[in-house]
Design a protein around this ligand. Structure first.
Ligand SMILES: O=P(O)(O)OC[C@H]1O[C@](O)(CO)[C@@H](O)[C@@H]1O
Length: 449
């Protein structure tokens, strides 16, 4: 039995009973493209078997490195952007205390995990340096290419800080490089400087890399059980193999979102009712957006955090343009529950809820929102997960990865490339005067007012 469940029961006013079955032939073809390597981008599908087929020696090394970081550092600075950071960030938030990063070093029982190199904000880096202060720290620099501008700038800054604090040799023993197995600038530097290094496998694109060292080292350093994370993903790998739409809920999700997309529901909101899942949605947004948004088509992935955003975006979702569909990731059992206290004055009118738990109210909010949004013309799908633990997270991430792979093929694109990301980089290099980009720089500058 599947560990998580996909609930499509609220789609009945938007999709007729015959429509899912009519997608079966297309799903069969998409499954063939994905699993038999007949589709575009087949060289980037090794993530499909990562939960079973991974480097066990490296996995043990990751756990050892995490222990070393825990023993000699109060802070781990994780440098990376896009798929080289979002999975770790999402997992660490999802699995830990809501105030993990704000806890004292003693309470946290693991290093504070701070992220850099995911923007070019100087103010952010300045403040991060201040926050580290004189505490012991290590750096995990994550980049397949080793030349991505944002993480490369951050790496220079934190490497210099390490050298000043620990000397050249001390710094080397505190830098962990996660990169290509043999090529690229970071691999070359790791080899020559002797940094401990971990591999981003060739057949795994950044947005599908959370279950490699890219995600696993920071997640383990934060104190999570990465064996359980892999176990959950492995269970999902075994679960979502049947091509039959009536049996494979990840494929069902892929098919339904494509049916809806073709009816004009062009934006999908990934929603949660737990603030610790905000970054999970950010991970999902790259997974879906970078995979599917190409050739001038694709579902636009967005997100909303409830009930917070019901008081900001709620109006639009209820009554704005009818192009939205929603996918809720609903946690069945909270990490902790809290009873609502009684108050004699009852000025807030809440006495009818005294003695009930907050999670009871949160669940009723979810039920109420589904009813209201469906009535308002917004199709709602729900992915139910039992709780926020490592096993469930590994399972859930695999669910979305396999669903997005199939979904991309259903829409006739290559889900595993990202040619569009280069356009801004080329322009930026031109404007910055990077050697080799002089011509484009001249042309761009002539167009600027
Ligand atoms: O690991 P790298 O090479 O620094 O790239 C980081 C990110 O940049 C992209 O290549 C493009 O945004 C992503 O796919 C990737 O996750």
């Amino acid at each position: 039995m599947a560990h998580i469940s996909f609930d499509s029961s609220n789609l009945s006013t938007f999709i007729q009973p015959n429509e899912l079955g009519e997608m079966q032939a297309m799903v069969n073809a998409a499954d063939d493209q994905l699993r038999n390597g007949t589709g575009a981008g087949a060289e980037y599908t090794d993530w499909l078997h990562l939960p079973t087929d991974y480097d066990k020696d490296e996995f043990a090394r990751i756990k050892k490195a995490a222990q070393k970081i825990q023993s000699d550092s109060k802070v781990l600075v994780v440098i990376g952007i896009g798929g080289s950071y979002l999975g770790a960030r999402a997992a660490i938030d999802f699995l830990n205390n809501a105030f993990f990063q704000a806890q004292t070093d003693e309470d946290r029982k693991a290093p504070q995990i701070l992220f850099a190199g995911n923007s070019i904000s100087s103010s952010y880096v300045h403040d991060l340096v201040q926050l580290i202060g004189d505490r012991d720290f290590s750096v995990n620099v994550i980049s397949k290419s080793g030349t991505t501008t944002e993480p490369s700038i951050a790496f220079r800054i934190f490497k210099e800080m390490l050298v000043k604090k620990y000397g050249a040799d001390g710094a080397k023993s505190r830098i962990y490089a996660t990169t290509d197995k043999e090529r690229g600038a970071l691999k070359t530097e790791a080899n020559s400087e002797g940094y401990e290094s971990f591999v981003i496998p060739d057949g795994v694109g950044g947005r599908f890399s959370v279950l490699t060292a890219v995600g696993l080292l920071p997640i383990a350093a934060a104190g999570a059980d990465i064996d359980k994370l892999m176990e959950g993903a492995r269970a999902a790998e075994n679960e979502y193999v049947d091509t039959d739409l009536s049996k494979n809920e990840a494929y069902q999700y892929a098919a339904y979102r494509n049916i809806l997309y073709r009816k004009g529901y062009e934006t999908e909101l990934l929603e949660n009712y737990e603030p610790t899942m905000t970054m999970f949605a950010e991970w999902w947004k790259q997974l879906a957006g970078e995979s599917e948004g190409k050739d001038q088509k694709g579902i636009y992935p967005s997100s909303a955090n409830f009930s917070t955003d019901l008081h900001s975006l709620g109006q639009y979702i209820q009554e704005g343009r009818r192009t939205l569909m929603e996918t809720v990731v609903k946690v069945q059992e909270p990490k902790h529950d809290v009873v609502i206290p009684s108050e004699d004055s009852n000025l807030d009118g809440l006495e009818y809820l005294q003695g009930k738990t907050m999670d009871y109210v949160n669940d009723k909010a979810y039920q109420a929102v589904v009813l209201a949004h469906v009535d308002g013309g917004v199709p709602v799908m729900t992915v139910n997960i039992p709780k926020q633990d490592e096993f469930s997270l590994g399972y859930l991430m695999y669910f979305f990865e396999v669903a997005i792979g199939v979904s991309g093929y259903l829409n006739g694109i290559n889900p595993f490339n990202q040619p569009g990301v280069e356009a801004y980089k080329t322009n930026m290099f031109g404007l910055l005067g990077k050697p080799g980009f002089e011509e484009i720089g001249k042309e761009l500058k002539s167009r600027q007012k």
